[in-house]
Design a protein around this ligand. Sequence first.
Ligand code: GLC
Length: 652
Amino acid sequence: MYQYSLHERLRKLCQKQQIGYEGSDLLFYTRLSANAAAIHELYTGLYSNHLMADALFEKLLLTLIDNHKRRSQTLRQRDETKAAAGHWFLSNELAGMSLYVDRFAGSLQGMQEKLDYCKELGINLLHLMPVFESPEGESDGGYAVSDFRKVASRFGSLIDLQQLQQQMQEAGMYLMLDIVLNHTSQQHIWAQKARKGDPVYQEYFYMYPDRSIPDSFDAAMPEIFPETAPGNFTWNDQAKKWIMTVFHQYQWDLNYTNPAVLIDMLDNILFYANLGVDILRIDAPAFIWKVAGTTCQNLPQAHQILQLIKQCVAVAAPGMALLGEAIVAPSEIMKYFGTGNRIGQECDFAYHATQMALQWDALATGDTRVMLAAQPQLLQKPPGCSWITYTRCHDDIGLGYDDSMIAAAGFDPYEHRKFLKQYYSGEAEGSVASGALFSVNPKTQDARISGSLASLCGLEKAVTSDEINLAIRKILLMQAQSFFIGGLPMLFYGDELGYTNDYSYLTDPGKSYDNRWMHRPLINWSKNERRHEALRTEALVFQATQKLIRLRKQFPQFADKGNISWLRPHNIHVAGFIRHGDRPLYCLFNYGNKTSYLTWYAFKEQETIPVKLYDHWEGKKYMVGADYEYLLIPPYGFCLLEVMDNTLLTPQ
Ligand code: GLC
């Protein structure tokens, strides 16, 4: 809405800052005018009581103008191309991989030489795990940032990063980086100044002289790393204060009730945008607003901040999509796409963490009912927003779906979770998995699971060729469902070759306290070469993963356009959905350890009934049979059945 004083203020500011009246300047001005009312409303909703609110609002506007001015012509052009394509990131032609630059390629320069490998696999989007400066030994894998703009020397330099981005862009690849929004390293300059008593920077963190306020927070806040970093506050001797440290003790939580913090971090966000980032992963957004007496997670103000960031990015760097890394309950995750009149105006992406965990659930139990019970809620995702789909990432697997979903499948939630933890830590009888429990909370017995895709699927323990084949089938089943379910598939490096757990982290004091390092492999390129040797495990997994990516890119039905409907259950071992399009694709996944029989009636419950089907995975043709006949799906197998030309019938 036009607001005279606000829009006049913008006009004058833009004039003063020499924003022109044509080309990309005019487009910027148009976007700024269009979003100004929303930006102002969100900002005042958060900060109207702050003494410096108005002066800092001016600073926020200047941050947008300044970063627009710094945006290169190439990126401005790319913004326009993406805008014209409309929701470019929903495309089925994207396939991503998440990796540690040092562990994958040694350095950013080394990474340039590995782009061909990524292309060979079909990957055209790279999530580089944090490369900005973070103190070795207390880096949390790079998520404790001590300088948001300086690339850590172990990776190379900012110029190396820019060159890599350039090379990726020329090769038609996309880049994803993190902004670690919730906290800084205790070595960040803001934390150093705060420690020395600088009152301006003490306002950047949550610092208290005694335990009274920390105790009131702690009473309602859960612990994230109860074993290694219990509690949510750490005493600092130099500052003589308790400092909020929700994650590790060396990660200081930023205080977003101070608008100066938000604006400085917005400036960092736009700095990344101007490096050419296509998707920005916002780390741990669920935690960014704290109120004593609450869990300090998923609070409404955290959403308002994300919405404000979204509006600002849409003005100054509209081609950059936002991924909110909220690993939260199914009912909470939807809110990260925006709610009410801001639906679809918060994060463009969220992790499909519930679906990921549910696949692990089905793999351990051989039963897909919990997965199916969760779908009505997961299908609520608004149009234009998407999931990052995955089976593994650098973090642990949390079993955070609702008890009611487990109960709906007929299981006791406590016993069911206990079984899953025992199964994946390898303790349950007959378990083939080699994983470990992560962050066990002695008070609640809550725990998450660490382990690589291959190890959790049994490859580490597999000895005979049958065992190895079974593990490979499980790996591919897990990947296939996450590639076809809708969203942007994000492989975790090493999984494309079946890397098993790496226990060398135990000898590194900077890592040994955190068993997530077991599934963050150090790439051995001579092992990777085995992908060319027929019948090697590496070759079987690599080539099959390549084929999955190829199939995803081949069918526009896999673009995430809300075109999915789940099949009604007919066999508890089989999960199935249709990806609609000109020709529907039936995707079926057998989590059972035996051949599963699926009645052909399952294909007759839609508006149209297929007659002939072609399975693009196995290369087999089928005629849809009578209701008492069955489609047979092998143990841990899957099918990708395309309805063949003109063979859809409408029931009478
Ligand atoms: C995110 C990261 C995780 C990290 C945490 C704290 O959840 O994915 O690796 O430990 O944030 O920054």
